[in-house]
Design a protein around this ligand. Structure first.
Ligand SMILES: NC(=O)c1ccc[n+]([C@@H]2O[C@H](COP(=O)([O-])OP(=O)(O)OC[C@H]3O[C@@H](n4cnc5c(N)ncnc54)[C@H](OP(=O)(O)O)[C@@H]3O)[C@@H](O)[C@H]2O)c1
Length: 309
């Protein structure tokens, strides 16, 4: 079996990758940073430590590295620019150099937020135009990753799914505590109202479906950017209502609000929905709609005890 190195195996996407890797013919090795990993082959690594990153890749010599690590709390990045640049750009550079030196493929996670959201329905051919500093660092990280001899850049949109570590409330060094779907379900479970914006549109991306695409990208020989997101384009409000309906909670607990009602430091794109035809065609797979992803999530048995309906 070929080795796959998952950077960030405690994260939502990283944990899915690590658990699904063997079904794609990989032996999974992972890294964690602030949170302890439950996985057997996981090493502590801060990707901003160039020497440690080089050493780990040299020792393992994996076929591919998938970088899920980032500082991705958007408002935090706005006021902590040096830190955001260090993790998102310098960290990616360390991985890209380690990959190049050891003939590994680099699969790097970017974001739909590289677009300004004025038109929506973005393809890989559309020009990015970041609205905030986080998005700027992710765009810069794309450029750095694309200097690797063998690379793929994956752009997902709002990622959702179960990550039992997120249910513990221990925050990741990414700046994230809990993904939007788990946050909404936690509120609804406790009969609390949830306010969700009805004027920001994205393509909710089921983490397991994304991991499937990333494993295929790890084996692909072509270089390039791939939009790897859910097929639906909807507001956070519509998404939260669908979660309530599928999980059997009262949907009137979800209340629509406008972006202007929230005091968010960084301006969010109004419509960063992505078109996924290129990735579907190249990878021979289908991305799920939001409804399909939510249904899969509902059917999974590994639902954290405290969130079961
Ligand atoms: N979540 C979204 O809605 C979304 C949308 C679009 C794009 N993305 C992109 O998708 C990627 C994965 O997102 P996710 O939701 O799976 O992230 P996540 O759950 O927050 O996980 C991030 C992972 O990266 C690790 N990490 C953070 N800083 C690190 C550092 N300096 N060195 C090494 N590891 C570090 C974390 O380790 P510890 O937990 O151990 O600290 C964790 O394992 C990110 O690149 C993000 O920018 C996310």
């Amino acid at each position: 079996m070929e080795k796959l190195l998952v950077i960030g195996d405690t994260g939502l996407v990283g944990s899915k990758l690590a658990s699904m890797a063997s079904s794609a013919g990989f032996e999974a090795y992972g890294t964690h940073n602030a949170r302890g990993s439950p996985l057997p082959h996981s090493t502590g690594l801060d990707i901003t430590d160039r020497n440690a990153t080089m050493r780990l890749v040299e020792t393992l010599r994996p076929l591919a590295i998938v970088n899920t690590a980032a500082l991705h709390n958007v408002d935090y990045c706005e006021t902590h620019r040096e830190e955001a640049e260090k993790v998102n750009v310098e960290g990616t550079r360390n991985l890209a150099e380690a990959a190049a030196k050891n003939n590994c493929r680099l699969v790097h996670l970017s974001t739909d937020y590289v677009f300004d959201g004025l038109s929506g329905n973005y393809t890989e051919e559309d020009d990015p135009h970041p609205l905030h500093y986080y998005a700027q660092t992710k765009l810069d990280s794309e450029r750095v990753a694309s200097e690797s001899p063998s690379y793929a850049i994956a752009r997902p949109s709002v990622i959702f799914g179960w990550n039992p570590l997120e249910a513990t409330g221990v925050p990741s060094s990414s700046g994230k505590t809990i993904n939007f779907a788990m946050f909404v379900l936690d509120k609804l479970k406790n009969n609390q109202t949830v306010k969700a914006v009805r004027d920001q549109f994205s393509s909710p991306t089921f983490a397991d479906n994304l991991a499937e695409a990333l494993l295929k990208l790890a084996k692909l020989h072509a270089n390039g950017i791939f939009h790897t997101a859910g097929r639906s384009c909807m507001s956070r409000y519509e998404f939260a209502v669908k979660l309530a309906e599928r999980f059997g909670y009262a949907s009137n607990l979800v209340q629509p609000v406008l972006t202007s009602d929230f005091k968010q430091l960084a301006q969010r794109p109004r419509n960063s929905c992505l078109r996924v035809e290129k990735a579907e065609r190249t990878l021979g797979m289908r991305f799920l709609t939001a409804e399909e992803g939510i249904s899969e999530m509902r059917n999974q048995i590994a639902v954290p005890e405290n969130l079961r309906a």
